[in-house]
Write a protein that binds this ligand. Structure first.
Ligand code: RB5
Length: 159
């Protein structure tokens, strides 16, 4: 059965997104493109990270996110506790994010990576398994960790 993949970006990632969508469709994947579809209209990356996160929560698919540098999408998507998003720059980080971190979202910089490297990273991401073992213990610790909040301000303090 063909693997289902979600993909989204901001305007800085639209061009690379359309290259990846064509590539993945040609190679038999079911790709759901959550937009945007034009590089000329500026959009905000947290909105598209949220779209992908919400779909992932329902369907448990793997995801691909792209913004100009990859950094904004990487920060935004890791706010969702069911996501382990990895900003990837090359084949090695694409492999390690699956083997060691069980990443379920790959994040790419549309203005950083060439299309051949990006395609290669996505292929590795989709075809590499999590190694488990000592790495599973670390994933469990991530799961159990709570959001750390700053101390509450004392609103009644005077002076
Ligand atoms: C948009 O210009 C750019 O800031 C965005 O794509 C991304 O690189 C942010 O991290």
């Amino acid at each position: 059965m063909a693997l289902d993949i979600l993909i989204s970006s901001d305007h800085g990632g639209v061009n690379l997104k359309s290259i990846l969508v064509s590539y993945l469709k040609t190679n038999g994947f079911n790709v759901r493109d959550l937009g945007p579809y034009e590089a000329s209209a500026s959009v905000d990356y947290p909105d598209y990270a949220a779209k992908l996160a919400n779909e992932m929560q329902q369907y448990n698919f793997k995801g691909i996110l792209i913004c100009g540098s990859g950094i904004g999408m990487s920060i935004a998507i890791n706010r969702y506790e069911w996501v382990r998003g990895a900003l990837v720059h090359d084949e090695t980080t694409a492999r390690l994010c699956r083997e060691h971190n069980d990443a379920n979202v790959i994040i790419l910089g549309g203005r950083i990576l060439g299309e051949f490297t990006a395609i290669s990273c996505v292929n590795i991401f989709l075809n590499t398994s999590f190694l488990g073992g000592r790495h599973q213990k670390r994933i469990n610790k991530l799961r159990n960790s709570k959001m750390i909040m700053p101390p509450q301000e004392n609103k009644n303090a005077s002076g």
